[in-house]
Structure formats: structure tokens, C-alpha cells
Design a binder for this molecule. Structure first.
Ligand SMILES: [Zn+2]
Length: 123
């Protein structure tokens, strides 16, 4: 039987950029666009520096991906946890990122302080 040599890798990731699978949407993404999640004492926590030892689960910093991953228990499965993991830390991280991304306006100072002036009654 003749075997044609075929390249084992069919994906072109554009070089040396490492690529991981998002546990939420299961799309392949470069690690720079994903956050690494590790299990720590029953909690799923974001490994911001990506240096913690052990297994890591990768997910988009996106509420949709996190909730999808949570619903299908992707975190405990990917992290080989025995029980469910508390994902509060992941949510906080995602919310922080989402807020800073959508917040295009500078924070406004509170102007309600001037509302109590009695001067505005007389025309
Ligand atoms: Zn995703």
C-alpha cells in the first residue's frame, strides 16, 4: 500500500504564535487573546501572568464564552477538578475587562451637588 506523504499540520497559525482552544466557544485563538484559568482550592481563577503550574483552561475574556463554558462544565473538566469550581474570580476578571473596553467616556464628576440651590425660583 502506497502512502502519500502528507503534511500532518494543515493549520496555518502564522508562525510561532501559540494557539489554544477556547473552552466556551471552542474556537482556536492565539493565547494573547485568551485568558488562562487554573483551579485553586475549589475556585477557578484567572492566571493573569500565565505562569501558574498545572493544568490551564483557556477562554475568551467574554461573558458569553465564560457562561457557555460554565454551563457545560468546561472548567472543571478541562482542569480535572473533582467537583464544580467557583468561577467568581473569572467573572470578576471578565467584567473588569469588559468595563474598561466599553468605557469610552471619561468618568463624569458628580454634578448633583449644585441641585439644591434656592436661587433658581425667581425669574
Ligand atoms: Zn470563546
Amino acid at each position: 500500500m502506497v502512502r502519500h506523504p502528507q503534511p500532518t499540520s494543515t493549520r496555518h497559525t502564522g508562525g510561532s504564535t501559540p494557539v489554544r482552544l477556547c473552552v466556551g466557544c471552542r474556537r482556536r485563538e492565539s493565547v494573547g487573546d485568551l485568558v488562562r484559568v487554573v483551579a485553586s482550592a475549589g475556585h477557578a481563577v484567572v492566571d493573569e501572568r500565565r505562569r501558574l503550574p498545572g493544568r490551564g483552561a483557556w477562554v475568551h475574556p467574554d461573558p458569553g464564552c465564560v457562561s457557555r463554558a460554565e454551563r457545560r462544565r468546561a472548567f472543571p473538566r478541562a482542569l480535572r477538578a473533582r467537583a464544580a469550581l467557583d468561577t467568581t474570580g473569572v467573572w470578576q476578571h471578565v467584567e473588569r475587562l469588559t468595563e474598561s473596553r466599553t468605557d469610552t467616556e471619561p468618568p463624569r464628576p458628580d454634578r448633583n451637588k449644585e441641585a439644591g440651590r434656592p436661587v433658581m425660583s425667581q425669574p
